[in-house]
Every structure is written in C-alpha cells, then in structure tokens.
Design a protein around this ligand. Structure first.
Ligand code: AHG
Ligand code: MN
Ligand code: MN
Length: 327
C-alpha cells in the first residue's frame, strides 16, 4: 500500500512542493468530512454574498476557501494564494517559494442536490522570494506549473495529482483517513465516443462548435459515421475525472451569452491545472485552437474557452475551427 505521504517522500526533489501539497490535501480531508455530514453540518445553501465574478457564493464556497486560505497562510513555503472567491491574491509568507491557486469548491450548483463537487489547485513558482507577493506574480502561463491536481468529493473522495511527468490517483480511505494510491500513470485513449457540453447554450456558440455538436448528434447517419454519447456532471472536476478514467471530450466553449466573458471557466485555477493533468495523461487541452498551457494570463480571474480530453477529438475540434477561420 502506498500512501500519499510515501509517494511524496519517494519524489522528494522539491520538499517545499510536497509540504504545500500535504497542506492542500489535508484541508481536502476536512472538506470531505463536512460534505459527508451535509445538511447536518449546516453547510448547505447560500452565503448571501457575491464573489468578484458576480456569482452567488454558497456557504461551502466560502468555508472551503477560508479553510484553504487559513492553512496555506501558515505554510512557510507558500508565498501567496489566489482563489476564485477572493478579489485579489492574498500574500502569505514572503520567504516562500511557491504560489498556490485554487477553486475551493468546483461545481457549486451540485452541493445542495448531493452530487459530486471538488477542489482544484495549481502551484506556481514564486520568482521574488523575500518580497511580498502581488497579483502580477501569479500571471504565469500554465506550462510553468510545478504541480496541479484536484480532489473529487464523489461517492468516494479521490485525489488526482501531477508532480512528475505523469498523473497518479489516490483514494481517501475513510477508515485510516489516508490517501492511498489507486492508479499510477493514468493514460487517456486518443479516441472516444463520449462528450460533455452544456447544450442549452447552443444558440450562443460559434459556427464551428455548432457544426461539431451537430455532427456528434447525427452519429452514424452523419459524417462521423458512428454514434456518440453525452455525459455532463455540471462540475468540471467530475467531467475531467471521467475523462481521466475512461476518455472523452469536455468542452465549455466560447459563447456570446455574456459579452464580457470569453467562456465560463477560469484560466488560472480551473483550465490550467486541468490542462496539465490532461496533457500529462496523454490528452490535449485547447481554447478550441491554441494550447491552454501556452496562454500568457493578464488577470488572475480571466476566463477562457476550454476543449480538453482525448487527443484525436480535441484535434478534430481544432481542425473545424481552423477550416472555418480560412473560409
Ligand atoms: P464553480 O462552481 O466553481 O463556479 O464552477 C462551475 C463550472 C464548472 O465546474 C462547470 O463545468 C460549469 O461551471 C457548469 O456550468 P453551467 O451548468 O452553468 O453550464
Ligand atoms: Mn469551478
Ligand atoms: Mn468554485
């Protein structure tokens, strides 16, 4: 049996990184326990305020955010944190060498219906050790990430993590309260017949995305010549987990629903960490055309269209977009 602690010790090239991962995953144990108690812990429902992005905060969004913030502020290796629920990045320990970004609770709309939610995290190097960190320190492309992962609070709690060139998964054992290694070297098949999209936004998509979904729905009777199946968890963390387990394509594409948003998902604490996991598992992640990990961010809360998963399918979407662009 390999626990997370064993695994981190065996990959001890960056002890600071391991320490920060331990802090984040320890908080994950607390969030997991709170979720198991559900309504009994008075954690469900609205918090009564909005985050910087104008979204209603749930009690659990706030609670998960506060738990992570509090724990990371005490970690001497953490120079600062950025979160979906904080307007600005919060400086932590100036002598730290790492910056931590997180979506404390992904899939908030699933909380009150007892469905899967998660925590997504991304760890970047801190370049100005000794000085107080600022928002601008976080604005690094996703390919600079030193580690990324998520905790999925589903029927069981699972941790997916990448600190080397591969992706590993752990399951939280409720008896010992330890993360136990369940998958080494997760790999995503290049081909798939499963896709995830919120199709109610169809009328707001661009022509190539409409064409792509039309082709999948036509299945055997269309140009693809085979049937496809839709799966949608409504929490990115759940959809990405399914893709790491059995392949598939997940997209939250560009849409014109809100003129001020380039997509729904946030680059720095949703798209980047998930893209690193997906690429390291042999998949691909783009904004439809460009590799997500190459995007130079301009704002910690910026949004980005996301197409990720099985490589041949992500490439197919890219080709459709390129063909439309040259018309
Ligand atoms: P969050 O709960 O952190 O705001 O993120 C929810 C995101 C993502 O997880 C999911 O894929 C998407 O929103 C679902 O959105 P809609 O159901 O509104 O389309
Ligand atoms: Mn989210
Ligand atoms: Mn969230």
């Amino acid at each position: 049996m390999t626990t997370l602690a064993n695994y981190l010790n065996a990959h001890a090239s960056n002890p600071a990184l391991n320490d920060v991962i331990t802090t984040v995953t320890d908080v994950g144990k607390t969030i997991s326990q709170l979720l198991r108690k559900g309504a009994l812990a008075d954690i469900l429902g609205e918090a009564g305020n909005q985050n910087v992005q104008g979204e209603e905060q749930k009690k659990l969004d706030v609670l998960a955010n506060d738990l992570l913030l509090e724990a990371l502020a005490k970690n001497s290796h953490c120079a600062g944190v950025a979160s979906e629920e904080l307007d600005d990045a919060t400086p932590a320990n100036a002598d730290g060498s790492l910056l931590v970004l997180f979506d404390p609770l992904d899939g908030s709309s699933n909380i009150d219906i007892n469905m899967a939610v998660g925590t997504i995290f991304s760890i970047l190097p801190y370049q100005r050790q000794g000085q107080v960190s600022e928002n601008s320190d976080f604005l690094q492309a996703g390919k600079q990430q030193l580690a990324a992962g998520y905790l999925l609070y589903g029927t069981s709690t699972v941790l997916a993590l990448t600190i080397t060139d591969n992706v590993v998964m752990f399951s939280l054992d409720p008896d010992s309260n330890e993360y136990v290694l369940i998958k080494e070297d997760v790999q995503i098949a290049a081909d798939t017949s499963e896709y995830a999209i919120n199709a109610s936004n169809y009328r707001y998509w661009q022509a190539p995305m409409q064409q792509y979904i039309d082709e999948l729905i036509a299945g055997k009777t269309g140009v693809r010549g085979r049937d496809f199946n839709t799966r949608w968890v409504a929490a990115m963390v759940g959809d990405v987990h399914r893709i790491l387990c059995r392949g598939g394509l997940f997209t939250y594409p560009f849409d014109t629903k809100d003129a001020n948003k380039a997509g729904k998902l946030r680059l720095m604490y949703e798209a980047n960490p998930m893209s690193l996991l997906i690429e390291r598992a042999g998949g691909a992640a783009t904004d439809a055309v460009q590799r997500i990990l190459d995007i130079e961010p301009s704002d910690i809360h910026q949004r980005v269209p996301v197409v990720l998963g099985s490589k041949n399918e992500v490439d197919y979407v890219k080709d459709l977009h390129l063909k439309h662009a040259t018309k």
